[in-house]
Design a binder for this molecule. Structure first.
Ligand SMILES: [Ca+2]
Ligand SMILES: [Ca+2]
Ligand SMILES: [Ca+2]
Length: 568
């Protein structure tokens, strides 16, 4: 086999086809278009994992035949359990050591069709619960509720958790022999460590794999504080309800410029996968309102950076950070988080099979550090593959809420300037920024941008700030193709070649926003009941089944353009 062909074999088929296409372009072929053959991972994509003794989480990939997919039917042991538009489902309320078999099938406009593989998953046995209390604990205690340990950092340092790790290094992408770390230690896979109020130090772990999730969570009504979490080459950790901050009044230690939650694989240590970060509060400092540009540059921390696979980042609150939530690992769900006051990009997603849903990104800082701030950004550069099957759904991006906010800058909304992006769905998002890039895709294949509200209510000095939804060629000139722009409310539209665009409503005068929307001055872009030119003027074809609030579409005769269906 020729070496070149051999090298091609290691690449995703879609990328191989594009490389061939690119070769034609370079050879002067008058066909600067990319063709991608469908490489649909859906039928074999279902994974299931017990999160505890009562909960199982299943995840699957987006089918690439989007035109017939309306929702999914999740079944357990042959019976329908739920219908959802998501690519994951959490089955709670199960019994310890209960085994269940799951399958997911497409519910399409033409009835149910393709299904995934089935998975059999057993919930954990009831595990043990341990307690850690910086105020009253001692490392000589047994970790019971009445005799807690002192701090989480010392629990790790004293080897009180039994885990696994690779025997030989570099462990690469895994698969090698594993040995037990801290054999016989009291805490084991499936157990829960509950933290009480006070400073718990740093959670640092390099090489800690569990067969069952270990949960590290706040005890009821308690506010445990960590200064940062750094985990590499790890699996099955669930972090819940923790405060992670460099705020000196909470930690008692001099602030450092770190990434507050850092979860990554490593070639030496091995892969990272199956991680949950939820209900946590992250900040560089509690109150950054007096920070100068120089303070931001010298002191802001990144929020969450995750290169692990099969990750759930849910319902976290991040304040006063540089980059908010940065995802480089496949099959990650980023849901219902808030990134409030940030200097970098609010969210980044550079991997396959990502869902960013229901997140709020607001109050962008311009520290004059040269970053082009984006609410969401993705890029495929330096030899990275095209990013496939990404959903951006129901997110809210607002440049600033308070006209008096210090260090205001301009914010790009959803900025995807360095494709390729393949099979993306961008729907139900509210993008309120004062930059022309509302939603921009440079190098897009089979992407759809549907039912978004993309407007600029800010004082505009210059018509160059007429915000747009744009699908255009890759920066190398290769055309985007097979994309759809539908049912959006926006100021401006910009698209090329065979992008289908219909049922979009353009409002080019911000002075008229109050004629259409409930309270645009306070960023309420729900439709007024007398917005007759908008209500029922979209199409239900390929529209999301629910709107940004979760109301079923359509209400009335058909779908309304924009992120919010009018429901009286
Ligand atoms: Ca900035
Ligand atoms: Ca950026
Ligand atoms: Ca309607």
């Amino acid at each position: 086999m020729p070496a070149e062909e051999d090298a091609m074999r290691a690449l995703p088929r879609s990328l191989v086809l594009m490389l061939y296409a690119a070769a034609f372009v370079l050879a002067g072929c008058d066909c600067p278009m990319v063709h991608v053959e469908d490489d649909n991972p859906f039928p074999s994509s279902l994974r299931g994992e017990a999160l505890s003794s009562s909960e199982i989480r299943i995840t699957w990939c987006m089918p690439t035949d989007l035109t017939t997919t309306r929702s999914f039917v999740v079944s357990r042991d042959g019976f329908e359990l739920a219908r959802t538009g998501d690519y994951y489902y959490s089955d709670a309320g199960l019994d310890p050591e209960q085994t269940a078999e799951y399958q997911v099938c497409i519910s399409g406009e033409e009835g149910e069709s393709a299904c995934t593989n089935t998975v059999r998953v057993t919930t954990n046995p009831g595990g043990s619960t341990f307690y850690v209390d910086p105020a009253t604990g001692s490392m000589g205690n047994d970790g019971s509720s009445d005799h807690p340990w002192s701090t989480l950092q010392e629990v790790f340092e004293n080897g009180l958790i039994e885990m696994k790790n690779y025997v030989d290094h570099p462990a690469g992408s895994g698969g090698g022999e594993m040995g037990t770390v801290n054999p016989g230690a009291p805490v084991k896979g499936g157990d829960v460590i509950r933290l009480r109020s006070g400073y718990h130090g740093i959670m640092e772990l390099h090489g800690g794999y569990n067969d069952r999730f270990i949960t590290v969570e706040a005890d009821d009504g308690q506010k445990p504080v960590l200064s940062n979490i750094e985990m590499t080459s790890v699996s099955r950790w669930r972090l819940r309800g923790l405060t992670i901050t460099q705020e000196e009044s909470l930690t008692g230690v001099t602030p450092a410029q770190v990434t507050l939650v850092y979860i990554e694989p490593g070639n030496w240590g091995g892969p990272a996968h199956d991680i949950i970060v939820e209900d946590c509060t992250l900040s560089s400092i509690d109150d950054a309102s007096s920070w100068s540009e120089a303070d931001w540059i010298a002191r802001d921390c990144n929020g969450i950076m995750s290169g692990a696979e099969d990750v759930l980042i849910r319902n976290n609150y991040l304040k006063n950070v540089n980059f908010g939530i940065t995802v480089d690992g496949n099959r990650t769900v980023v849901k219902d988080n808030t990134v409030d006051t940030f200097d970098g990009d609010g969210m980044r997603g550079n991997a396959h099979d990502l869902t960013f849903e229901g997140n709020m990104v607001k109050n962008c800082i311009d520290s004059k550090n040269g970053n082009h701030d984006d609410g969401f950004q993705s890029f495929s550069v330096n030899g990275a593959p095209p990013w496939e099957r990404v959903v951006l759904r129901g997110n809210t991006i607002i440049n600033y809420e308070d006209p008096g906010q210090p260090l205001k800058g301009t914010l790009q909304g959803i900025g995807c300037f360095d494709g390729w992006y393949i099979n993306w769905i961008i729907e139900n998002n509210l993008v309120i920024v004062d930059h022309w890039h509302g939603i921009s895709l440079y190098g897009a294949l089979k992407c759809r941008v549907v039912n978004n509200t993309v407007l600029n209510p800010y004082p505009v000095q210059d018509q160059v700030h007429s915000i747009w939804i744009r699908i255009t060629a890759h920066k190398d000139g290769t055309k985007s193709s097979e994309c759809l722009i539908r049912n959006n409310i926006c100021w401006n539209l910009s698209y090329v070649y065979d992008t289908i665009q219909d049922h979009n409503l353009q409002i080019t005068d911000p002075e008229t926003y109050a004629d259409y929307f409930v309270d645009p001055d306070n960023f309420d872009f729900h439709l007024r009941s007398d917005a007759a030119t908008i209500i029922d003027s979209g199409t239900s074809s390929l529209a999301p089944l629910f709107d940004c609030d979760g109301n079923a579409r359509p209400y009335g005769s058909t779908v309304d353009p924009g992120a919010f269906e009018h429901v009286p």
